[in-house]
Design a protein around this ligand. Structure first.
Ligand code: IPM
Ligand code: MG
Length: 355
């Protein structure tokens, strides 16, 4: 029996509810695939600030680095929006990503046939969409210096070094080799010097992957193309802020942001988290969609632990729940046979996991 240590960071808002469902599903897959999980909870975000005065206690970093993978819910909420920047939940998350060195954020956007009517786009446009956004996560304008704020002026700087671009480009080309072998690199090279460097370096790295076709696209055009003809994309390689925006956009191809998982990886430990936020407006009501987090747990099994069979079982169970017509509130209007709560959805998926 293989055992793994998982750090659970529930965070704020709906974070605790959705992590609980993912754990339910992990436990189901554990008993059926002879895996043993031990969980250790750690604090991050506003709830960490409330208890310790710090949105990222040192203990959270230590626990995470000593585990096999981190499963993370979400952070943030209005309650903490007026704190000084470094005390805000988001600063905790950014520091966490930086400390763990998770520079590559993989965000798959796959349209489930079962939810073909749930997208705001027409079925014939989105049928078969299968995109992997590869977002650089610990550089760019989120982290660049100088940055600052006075009463009348605020500034941030978008910086990328050759090394940062090279390593994320390698990730994107390697991901493409496992897929349809196409990378579209997104930048704003017509205006930004940092983007011209991005484009030059990505083009250089592409020479090492002759089996992968590389194209470049300006980010404004990419935002348009994503809703005009999303099937043209296989891997979308982007910097930090462009990837943040485009992955939210891509989620709507799929019907709900409550469906999309992500994997944040580097050279150490990986962090697996839904792409959505903490949704404080619906927290505690039992209506959040746990699928993005359950699906993130599946990515964790696949990428961090190499438990492919277990991951496949979770993915199949999610599909089955959707095929049978079970929907959480966010998808209630789309071919729902039955609308269920957060925990009912978790239990259904867990029960569909069979040997
Ligand atoms: C995401 C989120 C975060 C980001 C926030 C919460 C800091 O939007 O993971 O996409 O901007 O990276
Ligand atoms: Mg985001």
């Amino acid at each position: 029996m293989k055992s793994y240590k998982i750090t659970l960071i529930k965070g704020d808002g709906i974070g605790p509810e959705i992590i609980d469902e993912a754990v339910k599903v992990l436990d189901a897959v554990a008993s059926c695939c002879e895996i043993d999980f031990s969980y250790d909870e750690a604090l991050m975000g506003g709830s960490a600030y409330d208890i310790t005065g710090d949105p990222l206690p040192q203990e959270t970093i230590i626990k995470s680095l000593n585990s096999d993978a981190v499963l993370f819910g979400a952070i943030g909420g209005q309650k903490w929006d007026t704190l000084p920047r470094e005390k805000r939940p988001e600063s905790g998350l950014l520091r966490f990503r930086k400390e763990l060195g998770v520079y590559a954020n993989l965000r798959p956007a796959v349209v489930y046939d079962e939810l073909i009517n749930a997208s705001s786009l027409k079925p014939e446009i989105i049928k078969g969409v299968d995109i992997m956004v590869v977002r650089e996560l610990i550089g760019g304008i989120y982290f660049g210096e100088p940055k600052g704020r006075t009463e009348d002026k605020g500034w941030n700087t978008m910086v990328y070094t050759r090394m940062e671009i090279e390593r994320i480009a390698h990730r994107a080309f390697k991901a493409a080799q496992q897929r349809d072998k196409r990378v579209c690199s997104i930048d704003k090279a017509n205006v930004l010097d940092v983007s011209q460097l991005w484009r030059d370096v990505v083009t250089e790295i592409a020479a090492q992957y002759p089996d992968v076709a590389l194209t470049h696209m300006y980010v404004d055009n990419a935002a348009m193309q994503l809703v005009l003809n999303p099937r043209q994309f296989d891997v979308m390689l982007t910097g930090n802020i462009f990837g943040d925006i485009l992955s939210d956009e891509a989620s709507m191809l799929c019907g709900s942001i409550g469906l999309l998982p992500s994997a944040s990886i580097g050279d150490k430990i990986g962090v697996y988290e839904p792409i959505h936020g903490s949704a404080p407006d619906i927290a505690g009501q039992g209506i959040a969609n746990p699928i993005a987090t359950i699906s993130s747990a599946s990515m964790m099994l696949r990428y961090a632990l190499g438990e492919i069979e277990a991951a496949d079982k979770i993915d199949a169970a999610i599909k089955k729940a959707l095929r049978e017509g079970y929907r959480t509130q966010d998808l209630a209007l789309f071919d729902a046979k039955e609308v269920c709560s957060t925990s009912e959805m978790g239990s259904l998926i867990a029960n569909y996991i069979v040997r």
